[in-house]
Design a protein. Structure first.
Length: 528
């Protein structure tokens, strides 16, 4: 649309002002010339009841977003291009109903980054349910490449949100439960001095099948005094081979984490320091005689803790596996040379983990005549489809999409670190590290924010949750909250995702009410 005059404005039979595009072949109205409001109501009414976030391509006469705001509780975004054309629209038609509504946003000439940022900021799947894009077809044909780029950006950000939301829906309740129980005991115990001490060299131990053949090399590094960072999965392999790690890292919130420590044969109150995501199961703290080092893995409740109570070390868990977090710990400690053992990120032959890991005794105890040991290992091995090899090369390992994702994320992180990183040769998928632009890792300030106990913090937090206002409908709930209330409410969103998964029939009002009641009840159980 390069014309100096982009639109002419015509009257529909119902008396509404309808913008029409000025095209070489004539004018093209963007809406029905009979009754554009009724047309918009019909289109919006056809949307599913779970559509709570709508993105319109093209502003036009504003009939579609107006109908969406009137007929639904949805949050509405309009994306349009060419600010001069939009200025002509607003100069000739009254859009005040849209611009005054706090559930409406107009993005003018947005970049892909701006579109993604806006959706990430405002779209809360637990509250909004589904997300829908609706094109104003006559409008998008004029600037199709621009709208195609916008659609691609939306698709990318929805994939990110969907992946994150599915994890929240699965673990949201357990995360919350674990965090508040760990808060209660966070002031007890003795802080180990060795975890964040200066170390020039470290070894990170993953639990891939190749670890079986790398134990001797690892033992030699241990004799030289190299700092050993073990994943929780690899811990029993090390202890059964007479190697005591200097620190163990655990990120899983599930109770399966217990098996790693139980099978390691270590005593309660051992002298092995633990570095735990604060959402880890509370009983893991008993496996060390030291005060466990809790870190923030990104849960909004932990960010709230750091802002209002006391800070925690921030470790990168975006790689979604414990080996990646071990590497983040080494980076946090400023270690200059890192050797990684057992990092196969694939199934070697028919083996999923190194011998001595939890799966062997776990399956051994559960075998019977109908489910022998081999059947249980096969079920674990084939739980996800193997990726095909496009080059048809002969290899002794098999990858899944998850394992390849873990490997790629570790490669990306390692490429951006200052440290020299060595991957001990194994039999799994090769880990390739191409050093790129390194970034300086800054430690978070661990200074105490508020001199109260964990129990006192939980009491305050419970009261703050209870004080959150009710959702009344046809409103942008987050706009209704002040700054502190917003921070508190965001900490509840993973829990809300889990409740929504269990009870998809709940509307926004009922969902917020139930989440508040459940979280308050859980905190009160901890306080008792």
């Amino acid at each position: 649309m390069d014309n100096s005059k982009f639109y002419v404005f015509q009257k529909s039979r119902s008396g509404e002002t309808v913008p029409a595009l000025c095209l070489p072949q004539g004018t093209q109205p963007l809406h029905s010339m009979v009754d554009p409001k009724r047309e918009a109501h019909r289109l919006v009414s056809a949307l599913g009841p779970d559509t709570g976030f709508i993105i319109f391509f093209g502003l036009g006469g504003g009939f579609l977003p107006e109908a969406a705001l009137k007929l639904t509780d949805a949050f509405v975004i309009v994306i349009d291009f060419n600010k001069d054309a939009i200025a002509q629209l607003t100069a000739n038609k009254d859009y005040s109903k849209l611009f005054k509504n706090n559930r409406f946003i107009l993005l003018t000439d947005p970049s892909s980054y701006e579109i993604k940022s806006c959706i990430l900021e405002h779209y809360k799947p637990a509250l909004h349910g589904g997300i829908k894009t609706i094109p104003l077809r006559q409008r998008i044909e004029i600037d199709k490449p621009l709208f195609d780029c916008a659609a691609a950006a939306i698709h990318e950000v929805i994939e990110i949100i969907t992946s994150d939301y599915s994890v929240q829906a699965h673990f949201g309740i357990r995360w919350f439960s674990n965090i508040i129980r760990n808060i209660k005991t966070i002031d007890t115990g003795e802080q180990p001095n060795s975890v964040f001490a200066e170390h020039n060299e470290a070894a990170i131990v993953a639990a891939g099948p190749s670890l079986d053949t790398q134990i001797q090399s690892l033992a030699e590094l241990k004799k030289r005094g190299v700092f050993i960072i073990s994943s929780d999965t690899a811990l029993p392999v090390l202890t059964h081979n007479g190697i005591q790690p200097d620190v163990v890292v655990s990120i899983d919130c599930q109770h399966i984490s217990y098996y790693h420590f139980l099978n390691a044969g270590i005593n309660i109150n051992s002298n092995i320091p633990l570095v735990l995501d604060i959402a880890s199961p509370p009983l893991l703290s008993g496996f060390t005689g030291f005060k466990p080092v809790f870190f923030s893995g990104g849960h909004p409740l932990v960010r709230y803790l750091s802002n209002t109570w006391r800070s925690f070390p921030v470790l990168d868990t975006s790689g979604a596996n414990v080996t990646y977090t071990c590497l983040s710990l080494a980076e946090y400690c400023g270690i200059k040379r890192i050797t990684i053992f057992g990092a196969d990120f694939s199934y070697v032959g028919s083996q999923t983990y190194a011998r001595g890991t939890y799966v062997y005794p776990y399956f051994h105890k559960r075998q019977n005549r109908l489910s022998p040991l081999e059947a249980q290992f096969s079920k674990l091995l084939y739980r996800s489809p193997f990726l095909t090899d496009s080059q048809n090369t002969t290899k002794n390992y098999y990858e899944t999409s998850s394992l390849r994702f873990y490997r790629k994320k570790l490669e990306e992180k390692a490429a951006g670190m200052h440290a020299e990183i060595i991957i001990e040769k194994g039999f799994g998928a090769p880990v390739s590290i191409n050093k790129g632009q390194s970034t300086e890792h800054k430690k978070e300030n661990k200074e105490q924010k508020n001199n109260i106990t964990g129990i006192e913090f939980l009491k305050q937090y419970r009261n703050d949750i209870a004080a959150l206002p009710q959702f009344t409908g046809k409103e942008n709930y987050l706009k209704k909250l002040n700054e502190k209330q917003t921070q508190v409410f965001i900490t509840l969103l993973p829990y809300a995702a889990a409740i929504k998964k269990r009870k998809p029939e709940l509307g926004c009002k009922e969902l917020i009410k139930e989440v508040k009641c459940c979280c308050i009840a859980d905190i009160e159980r901890v306080l008792e």
